[in-house]
Write a protein that binds this ligand. Sequence first.
Ligand SMILES: [Zn+2]
Length: 194
Amino acid sequence: MSQHPLTKEICEIAHYLYSKGLAPGKSGNISVRFQDTVAITPSGVSLGLLKENEIVLTDMDGQVVAGGNNPSSELQLHLEVYKNKEETAGIVHTHSSYATGFAMSGEKIERLEGFGERSKPFLKMVDYKPPGTMELAKLVGEGLKYEDVVILENHGVVATGEDLNEAALLAEFVEETAKTQFVARVLSKIEFLG
Ligand SMILES: [Zn+2]
């Protein structure tokens, strides 16, 4: 698959996420839905080095329709989210360090301005299921029905949007939110002179 508006957008966002340190190594996967087609990053390729011809196109059942690579191991998770939420057209999954640190310690991330209802003080956390499994895909699909972003216990972040850019900016914002809360909590434990 090459030279398609979807693959161009995915490459640009993948490189952006990598440059921001949100998807180190070969971690992270992103996708875009267009009508009944999903364009998703391949398995085992760094988002920082992703090329347009490496992106895989599948139908809504996960059958590869274009692209010679294996799709991301989290393809089912992406498909479940799209099936459950008509308006979602872009998904970003990261293991960004601060948000994932919260996810691994079981600490919830507070909502800051910019997403979610203030009546719900913390970002939704989805119970742990092994990565790449249908159980995880189902839980995330359910969890995102009424949320734009969920934290995966012991794992990472899934952010969604009406386009991929929106999802990427939300993933970035969640990471900044987690970082700010981490700093605030550490500072609150330190006694300063003067
Ligand atoms: Zn993951």
